[in-house]
Write a protein that binds this ligand. Structure first.
Ligand SMILES: Cc1ncc(C[n+]2csc(CCO)c2C)c(N)n1
Length: 196
């Protein structure tokens, strides 16, 4: 049996927060609670949180969770995988009816927080994947972040808001060309180590 997607393609992200502080429970649970997740399907367990819905709401929520944790000043790291157009992903359709207004934009746009991030795009099911990826890495030069090559990934440095916006733009452009796309990332703020 083939599971068909609805008219809009469901996006999702599975991510975890790691907080280098004795207070990690409050920071993880507090960041999740402070974030408005009303426009996404959501599941949190002992390992990760998964959110699914329209692509703009998925990015809005993941960025907000990270900013609320990082603004504590603690060394906070997040790793995750975004996916869109997964052929088996259909049961979250109820969350696709929402409008495009981002529930967390007003509360997060003013949070200034620098971070370093490495991300990798994986356009599925195309033999031209390297062309698709290079086009995006090139574009991210114009998005207010410093872009540098890194093994198996691309590094983005700058404001957290700009980093997530750059990743969202790259991800959305790739999924327009390729039906199923995934993207992995690791972002770190307030690290005591200086950048190499
Ligand atoms: C985004 C995110 N979701 C879930 C976990 C798993 N987790 C580890 S400690 C903790 C709080 C106490 O139970 C939770 C929920 C995580 N790390 N980050």
């Amino acid at each position: 049996m083939t599971i068909e997607c609805g008219t809009e393609r469901i996006a999702g992200c599975q991510f975890n927060l790691s907080v280098m502080s004795d207070d990690f429970i409050n920071i993880i649970l507090g960041s999740l609670d402070t974030t408005d997740m009303s426009k996404v399907w959501r599941d949190t367990d002992d390992v990760t949180t998964c959110v699914r819905g329209r692509v703009e709401h998925v990015f809005d929520v993941v960025k907000a969770v990270y900013l609320h944790a990082a603004k504590t000043g603690k060394h906070v790291e997040m790793s995750g995988t975004f996916s869109i157009g997964c052929p088996g992903d259909a049961s979250g359709d109820t969350y696709m009816d929402t409008d495009a207004e981002r529930m967390n934009a007003a509360n997060t746009i003013g949070i200034n927080q620098k971070a370093g991030c490495k991300f990798a795009l994986y356009p599925m099911n195309t033999t031209k994947y390297m062309d698709v990826i290079y086009e995006q890495i090139d574009l991210s030069k114009a998005r207010g972040v410093t872009v540098s090559p890194s093994h198996y990934s691309t590094r983005l440095d700058g404001e957290v808001n700009d980093i997530f916006n750059a990743m969202e733009e790259a991800f959305v452009s790739v999924q327009e060309a390729v039906s199923h796309t995934t993207m992995t990332f690791t972002i770190s703020a307030n690290s005591p180590s200086s950048r190499k």
